[in-house]
Write a protein that binds this ligand. Structure first.
Ligand code: AG3
Length: 288
């Protein structure tokens, strides 16, 4: 239990590294049936949400992650109308999806209602759009929900989860990707947070392998900075059947009727560039 003016630290033991924020107070602490949720006030990053000891988000820089989890996939799909978010209980991804006027429905399925209730109190800017009539919030098992979804009933599935531990393990599995593939309509896209390219190449390459095994013709990782996650460098990985990831709707991005803080057409293009070590590791994992 941290006292005011101490440091919150997330340690990555395997990498011999850590990231710290100076804490000015503890705002919330709760053990839900699924995980432990803590919220701190920090000296420089606004509020900080921590789940099971892992940094989930801060007020100051969550825009990086939430914009990159949503807009690249939304502007890659020709006409995304039916969106599903698995996890995402803090509602930051949901807010970005709802900025797209063409989106007709967004269902969010997070297993833990505690995350959304904590976000409503301590990150109200992220949950402000929740009363949008296009949004439906369910607190249930997202894996089961996708299993039971009607075939070809979704245009976009966004998996905004914790690391592959605890309740999130099943979200990094071939069975789950197969269910996603079936639930997506033609041209549909799956996008999932895929951790750090510096620390978690095994998770990343495995994700590409499993997504392709599950029937997705093409997969592609997006690279972006994320100050508060391990290594400060993050990826999201997209999978789809039909259509190229390079041909996104750049003109629509330039004409988008809403403001972003990070994402634009040039950032989108740049995020698609593949580092050499990544390209090699992926080619090897895919047996190319
Ligand atoms: N999703 C968690 C990304 C992974 C963070 N990992 C870590 N700190 N070890 C965050 C949810 C934001 N909507």
């Amino acid at each position: 239990m941290l006292q005011p003016n101490e440091w919150f630290t997330e340690i990555v033991e395997d990498e011999g590294s850590a990231f710290s924020l100076r804490v000015t107070g503890k705002l919330h602490e709760e053990q839900t049936p699924y995980q432990s949720i803590e919220v701190y006030a920090t000296a420089g990053f606004g509020n900080l949400m921590v789940i099971d000891g892992f940094v989930m988000l801060t007020s100051r820089e969550n825009f990086l992650y939430h914009e990159m989890m949503s807009h690249p996939a939304l502007f890659t799909h020709a006409d995304p109308r039916r969106v599903c978010i698995i996890g995402g209980g803090d509602c930051g991804t949901l807010r970005e999806v709802l900025r797209h006027p063409g989106v007709e429905s967004v269902v969010q399925i997070d297993i833990d209602e505690g995350v959304t209730r904590a976000a409503e109190c301590f990150f109200p800017e992220l949950t402000a759009a929740n009363r949008d009539p296009r949004a439906r919030l369910l607190f249930a098992d997202g894996i089961r929900w996708v299993q039971e979804a009607a075939p070809a009933s979704l245009d976009l599935i966004i998996v905004d989860s914790t690391d592959p531990v605890g309740p999130a393990i099943g979200l990094f599995s071939g069975d789950f990707y197969r269910d996603c593939e079936r639930a997506l309509a033609s041209g549909g896209i799956l996008v999932q947070q895929s951790e750090s390219p510096l620390y978690h190449m095994h998770i990343l390459t495995q994700m590409h392998v499993e997504m392709r095994r599950a029937g997705f013709a093409d997969t592609r990782s997006l690279f972006f900075p994320q100050a508060v996650y391990p290594s400060g460098w993050m990826t999201a990985t997209m999978a789809r059947n039909g259509g190229s990831f390079d041909a996104f709707r750049a003109e629509d991005v330039r004409a988008k009727p809403f403001e972003t803080q990070y994402y634009n057409a040039e950032i989108h293009q740049a995020a698609l560039a593949q580092p050499e070590f990544f390209r090699r590791a992926l080619a090897q994992a895919l047996g190319a």
